[in-house]
Design a protein around this ligand. Structure first.
Ligand code: SAM
Length: 220
């Protein structure tokens, strides 16, 4: 059985009872970053063989996981943080399980995109999750332009190193729309900033972005 197990996005108390039960019971834990996952497992005194599964080895590691599943072993897939299969290669494993008729399920839990969207106060009945945008400006602008006329609320993941450039490009492409920035959700310095994109960008004039960010932008 393949289990997609959501894990905390910061605060370890957000782990669910089912996630702990599952991680204790499975034969293997597959994860993007075995060191990070090792720390999580150690915190909960769980000792399991780990399999590294990330975008650079997803073919080989995916084949290995499928072999184990076909032999009757159970495998839990966890992401670096939050919900596996969101902005990581988890979906390729789900697809293989579907194609091979292998049993699979999910232990749901935290996800940065859902928490940021809900706390943004922007309409959440219809939204587009756009994940990470391209690193280079030209590609990033073209990527943002795809949603210029969309009426859905837009949700982006962004690294602290590119957040200011991302906000400038968002202003250039979308105009000065209402938006929100979520930072370090569930952690000690959790914060939400709300305002027009230009106000949010101005907030970084004297302070460099730090930690993990989700940007939520109103639709057109
Ligand atoms: N699978 C994860 C999920 O369910 O949210 C997301 C993995 S994605 C590779 C990592 C990105 O999620 C970070 O770069 C950041 O944009 C966002 N993120 C993760 N944890 C966060 C947190 N505690 N606060 C704000 N954003 C977070």
């Amino acid at each position: 059985m393949l289990y997609l197990v959501a894990t905390p996005i910061g605060n370890l108390s957000d782990i669910s009872l089912r996630a702990l039960e599952t991680l204790r019971e499975v034969d293997y834990v597959a994860s993007e970053d075995t060191r990070k996952t090792g720390r999580l497992l150690k915190h909960f005194q769980i000792h399991k063989p780990q399999i590294s599964f990330h975008e650079h080895n997803e073919q080989q590691a995916g084949a290995k996981i499928v072999r184990l599943l076909e032999q009757g072993h159970s495998v839990a897939l966890v992401s670096n943080a939050g919900t596996p299969g969101i902005a990581d290669p988890g979906y390729t494993l789900v697809r293989q399980a579907i194609e091979r008729d292998l049993p699979y399920t999910m232990i749901p839990g935290p996800s940065a995109l859902v928490m940021a969207l809900v706390l943004s106060g922007l309409p959440s009945h219809s939204f587009s999750f756009r994940g990470f945008s391209p690193r280079k400006q030209g590609k990033r602008r073209r990527f943002l332009e795809l949603d210029r006329d969309s009426s859905h609320t837009l949700v982006f993941y962004e690294s602290p190193y590119r957040l200011k450039a991302f906000l400038s490009d968002a202003i250039a492409v979308y105009g000065d729309r209402p938006a929100a920035i979520a930072n370090e959700l569930t952690k000690m310095y959790e914060s939400m900033q709300h305002g027009r994109l230009s106000e949010l960008l101005a907030g970084f004039e004297n302070e460099e972005p730090r930690g993990e960010y989700v940007v939520v932008i109103a639709g057109s």
